[in-house]
Design a binder for this molecule. Structure first.
Ligand code: PAF
Length: 286
């Protein structure tokens, strides 16, 4: 696996691979890789001949009181994991390489609609930072396809909308959430949890499952279900940021006609903000 830190070296390595007729797959990450990221790299390897991953903790997507400075940076361990997963090229740029004219002067890509509410409501500017850095990375790598995790469900919807609206010639693929044995969705931020918080954390997923069971059992009183879910989260010791049931296709509020739903939640355990979601297909349920 080659490791490059500059856009010039990245472009040279990718164009060599493309010159050999290879299809380029891309997995953008912020590092501190876990099994969820590795599943994305493996998927890229199944669908493309040359896999590029990036590791860049993107300051533009962090709010002023968020965890940018403390975000775990584990480049050496990440390199080993990427190599084992079959990655061919790692792009690990500096902040200066990505934002040579400063962040304040950076052109911003903003995706209206799907980026609003949910995490976009709680983290103003977050999705502008994500869509901007992902479009820059797409322009640098020029991949045929890119793979994102479904844990960041709203992020995936933002990226799909951006690619559609800006006619970007890249196919977006996704991979299901990878969970620990007790159900907690894998996340780099799980490393912030104390032992007690880690024991409480699976309650987030358990609450989503309770709602899923109720909906598939025929309940459609969504506001009451949300109220019950919020109480369950609080009773378990979590501080809910949001819990919502939306249409999975466009993240619009759920309606009578919705058949593919997604239950989305964000909640704090101490200072750590966890997110999770669960797709509910009610085509076939009661
Ligand atoms: O999901 C992430 O890790 C980040 O939001 C991404 C897509 C790499 C952009 O910085």
């Amino acid at each position: 696996m080659n490791i490059v830190k500059t856009i010039a070296d990245l472009r040279a390595a990718v164009s060599r691979a493309r010159g050999e007729g290879k299809r380029i797959g891309f997995v953008p990450t912020m590092g501190n890789l876990h099994a969820g990221h590795i599943a994305l790299v493996k998927k890229a390897g199944q669908r493309a001949d040359f896999v590029v991953a990036s590791i860049f903790v993107n300051p533009l997507q962090f709010g002023p009181n968020e965890d940018l400075d403390n975000y775990p940076r584990t480049l050496a361990a990440d390199q080993d994991k990427l190599f084992e997963a079959g990655c061919h090229l790692l792009f690990a740029p500096s902040v200066e390489e990505m934002y040579p004219h400063g962040q304040a002067q950076q052109t911003i890509v903003r995706v209206p609609g799907v980026s609003e509410g949910l995490c976009g409501g709680s983290r103003p500017g977050h999705f502008d930072g994500v869509s901007t850095v992902v479009s820059k990375l797409f322009n640098m790598v020029l991949p045929d396809l890119a793979v994102f995790g479904q844990k960041d469900f709203q992020q995936l919807a933002v990226i799909r909308t951006m690619v559609r609206d800006l006619n970007m010639p890249v196919q977006i693929l996704s991979e299901p959430i990878v969970r620990a044995a007790d159900g907690l969705a894998l996340s780099s931020r799980n490393g912030y949890l104390s032992a007690d918080e880690r024991a409480t954390a699976p309650s987030l997923y358990r609450t989503l499952i309770q709602l899923d069971v109720a909906i598939r059992g025929g309940r459609r009183d969504y506001p009451a279900l949300i109220a019950e879910g919020l109480s369950a989260l609080q009773a378990a010791g979590l501080r809910p940021d949001y819990l919502e049931i939306r249409n999975a296709i466009d993240l619009q509020p759920v309606s009578e006609r919705s058949t593919e739903l997604v239950i989305l939640a964000a909640a704090y355990l101490g200072k750590t903000r966890l997110i999770d979601n669960l797709l509910v297909d009610i085509h076939t349920s009661a």
